[in-house]
Structures are given as C-alpha cells and as structure tokens.
Design a protein around this ligand. Structure first.
Ligand code: PRT
Ligand code: ZN
Length: 300
C-alpha cells in the first residue's frame, strides 16, 4: 500500500501509551477505522486520510521533513527531536496544532534515595542516564550545572543501581517506577502531554481544509469530554439561585412542567465538572430529578 498526495497523511504511534487514546480521538472525530494488526499504512474509508503507524520517536522527524502532514506524539519527544535537529543544523520546524488532553507526564531528574541531595548544583560532575539527552543537557546548561548525560533507550530507572550513572532524567507519571527503584524525584524539567503537530510547508488547499475540519472536530471532542448536560426540576422561587450554582452554564433552557404551577424544568450545558456537593445543594433548595449526562460531541 502506498500513500497518495491527494490524501491527508497522519502519523500516529503504532503501539504504546499514546496509540489507543489517539485512535479513540480520531474515531470520535468521525474517522472510520480499526487498528490494523501489522500494517504500516491504513486508508481511512470514509475520508481522504491515510494513517501511518510508526514508533513515537519517528513521528516528529516525519512531520518536520514533510513526509507526513500531521503527527500525534508526546511533546517531550517533539521537543527532544527539535533540539537534536537544531544542534545538528537540520530542519526542525513544525506548527503546533493542538495540545491534547492525554499522555500527561513530566520529565524529571531523580536521585538515589539514600544519597544526599540539597540542590541542583549537587549534580555537578555527575552522570545522568536518560532517553532525552538534549532536553536534559539544555536544562543542566540553563542551571549552570556541568554534568554528563548517557543515553539509554529503555530501563533508565535501573541505571544508578547497575552502576551506569549517578542519577537519571526520565518520564514520570505516577512516580511508582521511581519509588520501586529507590529513586527520589528532585527536579521537574519539562511538563508534557500529547500534541498534534503539522508540517511547516504549505499544504494544498483541499488538504488544509481537511486539517481545519479535523481540528474543529478535535476541539469539539475535547470540549464535550469536559462538559455535561444537566436536567432538573426546580421550584420557580429558587430558579435564579439554582441557575447560579450550575458550573459554567451560561444560558439554561427553562421549560414549564406539565401539571405543575410552581416547578419548572432546567436544561443546561455545564462546561465544568458537576460535583456531588453542587447536586446536594440544588436538592436542598427544592430541586429534584437531577440528571447529569455525558455529551458525545459539540459544535458551535
Ligand atoms: O515503541 P515506541 O518507541 O513507539 O514507544 P515508547 O516505548 O518509546 O513510548 P511509550 O509508548 O512508553 O510512551 C509514549 C509517550 O507516552 C511518551 O513519549 C510520553 O509522551 C507519554 N507518557 C505518558 C509516558 C508515560 N506517561 C510514562 N509513564 N511515557 C513513558 N512512561 C514510562 C516512563 O518512561 C517510566 O518508565 O513509564 C514509567 C514511569 O511511569 P510511572 O507511572 O511509574 O511514574
Ligand atoms: Zn519510543
């Protein structure tokens, strides 16, 4: 299978932490697709889009070189590749389309628990194992610390115990891996999430239109995830107080309730989390039949 120039080319991680969330997002945007088993390229049936399944490390470069139009990758790997390419004098441009709401993590320096650590200057003359030598090097340089980095593609957390380094700089999400390996997090150097990036060169008009449409849909999916549809019955006397309690709901719909003179129905979209406490307060004000429903898509 080959990729065609008349179709939007998107690179996503083949298998890893970002794969399912990215495929899920694209499906919610209306792309008709199933995860292929061992295929590199997949043609989306209902839209002129081709998906390229690759390793996350390759995605930023494919976008910067214009081999694909768009890529979904962790910002950590995007920034690392950018710094690496800049250092080597290679093409390192891209356009950030959207910071996404998954793949959240941080790149942190961690030190063995039993070793004394006061401040970042304690790293002077030390060796750090990391998958991100450019981001780590830039941070240390910015802090005025002269330390050495050794690049490891995996199992970074075992490097100090294996005698390969004094400390590490690795991706942390819950902190469980550091703890399990007797390491303490001493400095966060970068906060990351998945991002959608676009190649720097101009796209053809049709392809750019498709990208714009996709971005509107991505925004709609992300907005819908944060929002909830609220329906409830409220006494007319408490209407204003109850409407004020609804989080981020601007213009609620107020409807008469059949067979009731003093109660109305309120329908509203809340753009923030609706907490149990809010619902309890509404109930205490005489509200009833309080429903909080998920929203699948939002437009406009
Ligand atoms: O095969 P391929 O090269 O595509 O994948 P990969 O193995 O290099 O990457 P993968 O799938 O592990 O991660 C892809 C992206 O997910 C990363 O570039 C980050 O942007 C993001 N991400 C989010 C994470 C984590 N959370 C994460 N916890 N990437 C890695 N980890 C690892 C970390 O390296 C460490 O080993 O999980 C461990 C720490 O997790 P906690 O929860 O114990 O702190
Ligand atoms: Zn990788």
């Amino acid at each position: 299978m080959i990729m065609s120039d008349s179709r939007l080319k998107i690179a996503i991680q083949k298998s890893g932490r970002l794969s399912d969330a990215t495929l899920d997002l694209l499906k919610k945007c209306g792309l008709n697709l199933n995860k292929p088993k061992d295929r590199l390229i997949m043609h989306v049936k209902n839209m002129p889009i081709d998906l390229l399944f690759v390793r996350d490390d390759d995605i930023p470069g494919l976008v910067m070189d214009g081999v694909v139009d768009i890529g979904f990758a962790g910002d950590n790997i995007v920034q690392e590749v950018k710094l690496k390419r800049q250092t080597r004098g290679e093409v390192a441009e891209f356009n950030l389309l959207k910071q996404l709401d998954y793949g959240n993590c941080r790149l942190s320096i961690a030190f063995p628990e039993e070793k004394q650590y006061e401040s970042i200057s304690d790293l002077g003359g030390k060796t750090l194992a990391t998958t991100y030598p450019y981001l780590t090097g830039a941070y240390l340089k910015g802090q005025g610390v002269k330390a050495k980095t050794v690049q490891l593609k995996g199992s970074v957390e075992v490097a100090p115990r294996a005698g390969l380094s004094d400390a590490i700089c690795d991706i942390v999400s819950t902190g469980t891996t550091l703890e399990a390996n007797g390491l303490k997090e001493v400095a966060t150097i970068f906060r990351s999430s998945a991002v959608a990036i676009q190649k720097p060169d101009l796209l053809s008009q049709d392809i750019q239109k498709l990208v714009d449409r996709l971005m509107v849909r991505i925004n709609g999916v992300m907005q819908a995830k944060e929002s909830k549809y609220i329906m409830l019955h409220a006494p007319k006397t408490q209407l204003d107080t109850i409407v004020d309690l609804l989080p981020g709901a601007e213009k609620p719909t107020i409807l008469p309730l059949a067979g009731s003179e003093d109660m109305v129905a309120i329908h509203a979209v809340a753009t923030e989390t609706v907490f149990w406490e809010t619902m309890e307060r509404i109930k205490a004000l005489g509200g009833s039949s309080i429903l909080v429903l998920p929203i699948e898509k939002m437009l406009g």
